[in-house]
Structures are given as C-alpha cells and as structure tokens.
Design a protein around this ligand. Sequence first.
Ligand code: DC
Length: 216
Amino acid sequence: MGRFVIAVDGPAASGKGTIAMRLGRAFGLPVLDTGLLYRAVGVLTQRAGESLDDEGATGSIAALMTAGQLDDPALRTRAAGELASRVAIHRRVRDALLAFQHSFAHQDGGAILDGRDIGTVICPDAPAKLYVTATPEVRAERRWKQLTAQGEVVAYEDVLADIRRRDARDGGRDTAPMVAAPDAQLLDTTEMTIEQAADAARRIVEVARARWESSQ
Ligand code: DC
C-alpha cells in the first residue's frame, strides 16, 4: 500500500485546521498543522531577542526546532500568528522546515498536512488537495470568537485588519506564496457551518481516494 497524502491549504481562519482534524479522524490519518512550525520559529526568535527580519538568525532557529516545541500554548495566540507570517517570508526558514514536513508526509499509510504551500511546494504529488477559503469578514469573525474563547481581549476590527495584512503578506511573498495548486479542489466555507464544511471536504477526499486506490 502506498501513502495517501491529503494537502489542505488556505488562508488564516478559513476552517482548514478543523477540516484537517476531521479528515484525520474520518480517514485514520495523522495530521500536521504546519502553521505551528512557523509560529514556533517566530516565538523562539522573539524569545532569543533576534530580529524577525534576519534571515540567517531565523533560519538557524528553524534548523534547530524539534517536535517537542510545538505543544507550547503561546503558539496559539494572535501575536504568534503575526510573528509566524513575518518569519515565513524567509527562504532559509522554509528550507529548514522542509525535512520535518517531508518526513511527516512520508509516513506509512499517509498523512494530512495543513498550511499554505502543501499542495504547491511540500507535497505537489499529493493525491488529494483542498484549498479552503472564506471571505475575510467571516474568517475574522471565526478567529475573533476563537481568541475570545481562549481569553484574549481583542476587537473584531483589529482581527479583521490582522487577517487582511496576513493575506497580503502570505500571498505576496516571493518564496512559496499562498496560492491554490492548479489541481486543488476549491472549498468556499463562507456560507457553511463547520459540520457542512467538514462533510463537503470528506466527500471530496473520498472521490480522490477512490481514484488513488484504483491507480495503485
Ligand atoms: O495557519 P496559521 O495561521 O497557523 O499560520 C501562521 C503563519 O505561518 C501564516 O500566516 C503564514 C505561515 N505559514 C506558511 O507560510 N506556510 C505554511 N505551510 C503554514 C503557515
């Protein structure tokens, strides 16, 4: 049996993380939230007192990162998302995180990775690719609810401004910009509940898996 890899890409708060988790349960596959890797590099860079703009320093921190550093609750904050987006523009950082992502994707049986460049750069041969989107306003509302539930005090307008800034930075960078792979299935979750979005994703992946199985 080969490896069935599912690539789930899309902008911040599109629902891709929840969708990836539900797909993991439905198909019995391990899930890697690759945003956590960039969040960890951003937070570790700040803690080390280094500049987020320093490609050499951030690249060295990325090269030394271990799986154990991904459990830190500090990675889930709004500030960490912004730090992540800033260090993610550096090629050295992206290159340093490549091996970790590849070894996760190459597990026996397969894996699910969610991020920005999984279908385009990390796993371009993945037999199932989803690109999950929603309007910036709907994504900001979801992210605002999530942050508020975590105890962060933040205004909706500020979350919307963050989302717009991150979309522009993640989509506009030179190295591995956020973009749908030509063969990705687009899933717009703007008008969907999370249940509906997860169901739609599962159906898309079932079709992709049947096609992949018949090709094995
Ligand atoms: O998915 P997230 O919000 O946790 O991602 C945080 C930032 O990390 C995102 O704004 C850009 C960067 N990122 C990336 O460049 N490539 C990925 N595969 C995942 C995240």
